[in-house]
Design a protein around this ligand. Structure first.
Ligand SMILES: Cc1cc2nc3c(=O)[nH]c(=O)nc-3n(C[C@H](O)[C@H](O)[C@H](O)COP(=O)(O)OP(=O)(O)OC[C@H]3O[C@@H](n4cnc5c(N)ncnc54)[C@H](O)[C@@H]3O)c2cc1C
Length: 492
């Protein structure tokens, strides 16, 4: 029994696996070599089918096909529509040595600037739903997909000495609607994401005793780390005014032009609408090895192939928290801290599954987070100062212009910081004998029988990556762990 994943239906489709170091750290901290890059790589390839870009252009020199899957259900592709930024971003990589070109950021070494790969195939979003819930799969007798239905809690079905078994699931379609209970024969697989999984566990009596009792929930399993250790990627936008009309701003502000491109897209799956709105390239970077910040605070990354920060390059005014200007054309960078050390939480607001829980991403709570994101903002300005942008950039947008001194940047970060929507860690995995953590390396919930978690909540450290690819990777291995546990032959 599991929940279908929906976030892939709304997200930005960036397909980034993270570094080999990050999977190797997962193996190291859990004591399970099965999570290492070497072992996980075949699962990553199994999920993917690298496909031609929407515009059919020749992608030689933009991707390394040998590190990709070519027969999986999830379609990935290179950008499907050229933009006015492309040549300038790539030129910058040969002009400034601190921003080198990387042929393929999904090889295990993401460092440098490369062409964005997206979960797009034939100009359309490829999601967990399109890839895995195909008509054939939906036709299976042993699969029911319930829509408009919420899990309100898991139900303890047995208790053997001090270990409870949770094979029951309670569902409802509204806060006051009837509750329906189902009982699994083998096990329950909880995949409600970093927010939903923590909430459901706590509503089921699995969590921190004190917190649960505050909501009059009987603690059946005292697991204090449920909802703790949350990490997410904080980012700030920076924009520059540019002297070209050929940016998406011109389309976004012109309903007639927009409907022409929508019509083109509907007829041909081509044009700007077929492209990832997030841009055509991304870069992943480390602070220099001799950085005083690393000396003072230590290195928060998983290793030398893991980035401290990310830059994305957008062909329009991009921001989650600034109104779009009425005039002008823009180039934007999203500047993200991808190895944060701050840890937040998900706690219950009430004992109802229909009340959203309280989410505290705890952004910028450590000095090192602030210091590294500050360096990232400075790096973005250096990138935009490369000769490649000389005749293109007019000036930084008025807010971005106030980011020259460290103090200014700190104030800007405090004002602008936002989430990349990559929460993880609220049911973190740890070694089988480790009292910290929520799930064991086989993803089974500690101190419980019959219950496994498979989603982004299990990562003990955030990846330097947009998280869908790491989640697909762990889900592929989880499928084998589940089959093994129930004596079902593996398919490879
Ligand atoms: C706006 C946005 C943009 C993003 N962009 C990108 C991107 O470009 N690239 C990338 O790699 N990642 C991106 N992400 C992140 C990525 O989508 C997530 O990291 C990933 O989907 C996490 O997978 P998951 O299985 O843990 O959770 P989800 O995919 O969120 O799946 C959890 C599912 O459980 C359901 N659920 C929760 N609680 C209950 C309940 N009580 N009862 C029933 N169902 C429940 C939810 O509705 C959801 O369908 C983005 C996320 C967002 C929100």
């Amino acid at each position: 029994m599991s929940l279908a994943a929906a976030a892939p239906l709304v997200h930005f489709m960036f397909y980034t696996r993270g570094s080999s170091d990050e999977f190797d750290r997962l193996a190291r901290v859990t004591g399970d070599e099965g999570w290492s890059w070497r072992n996980i790589f075949s699962y990553i390839l199994k999920t993917e089918m690298l496909s031609p870009p929407a515009d059919g252009h020749n992608t030689t020199g933009q991707v390394n096909p040998s590190v990709h899957g070519h027969a999986g259900p999830l379609l990935t592709s290179l950008p499907g529509n050229a933009t006015v930024l492309d040549s300038r971003v790539i030129e910058t990589t040969s002009q400034l040595s601190e921003f080198p070109f990387n042929l393929d950021m999904n090889s295990g070494n993401p460092l440098g600037v490369g062409w964005l790969q997206s979960t797009i195939g034939h100009g359309m979003r490829s999601s967990a739903a399109t890839a895995f819930l195909t008509d054939v799969v939906l036709g299976r007798e042993n699969l029911d997909v319930l829509i408009g239905t919420r899990v309100t809690r898991l139900i303890r079905t047995e208790q053997f000495l001090s270990t409870p078994t949770f094979l029951g699931v309670e569902l409802a379609q509204s806060a006051s609607g009837p509750r329906i209970s189902l009982t699994a024969r083998k096990e329950v697989i909880l995949s409600a994401g970093s927010i939903g999984t923590a909430q459901i566990l706590m509503l089921s009596g699995i969590g921190d005793r004190q917190e649960l009792s505050a909501h009059k929930i009987n603690t059946l399993v005292d697991l204090p780390d449920v909802g703790k250790n949350m990490q997410d990627h904080p980012w700030v936008p920076l924009q520059w005014m540019v002297n070209s009309n050929d940016t998406l701003d011109s389309i976004n502000r012109n309903p007639e032009l927009m409907s022409q491109f929508v019509a083109l897209y509907n007829a041909t799956k081509q044009g700007p609408i077929a492209n990832n709105p997030g841009g055509n390239q991304i870069g992943w970077f480390r602070l220099p090895d001799d950085s005083p910040i690393l000396k003072q605070f230590g290195d928060p990354t998983a290793g030398p192939l893991s980035p401290h920060f990310e830059l994305t390059f957008g062909n329009s005014f991009l921001s989650f928290n600034q109104p779009e200007p009425d005039t002008g054309n823009f180039m934007s960078m999203c500047v993200a801290l991808v190895a944060p050390t701050s840890r937040g939480s998900v706690t219950l607001a009430s004992a109802s599954a229909f009340d959203a829980p309280l989410i505290d991403p705890a952004f910028m709570q450590t000095q090192s987070d602030l210091a590294i994101l500050t360096e990232a903002v400075k790096a973005a300005h250096r990138f935009a100062a490369a000769p490649a942008w000389k005749d293109f950039i007019i000036a930084p947008f008025k807010d971005a212009a106030q980011t020259t001194s460290d103090d200014d940047i700190h104030a800007y970060i405090r004002r602008m910081v936002s989430t990349f929507r990559h929460p993880m860690g609220t049911a973190m995995m740890s070694g089988p004998l480790d009292s910290k953590g929520v799930v064991n390396p086989d993803l089974r919930v500690k101190k419980v029988n019959g219950l496994r978690v498979v989603d982004a909540s299990i990562f003990p450290h955030i990846f330097g990556a947009h998280l869908q690819a790491p989640v697909y990777a762990i889900a592929e291995r989880a499928a084998d762990l589940i089959k093994e546990a129930h004596g079902i032959p593996l398919s490879h």
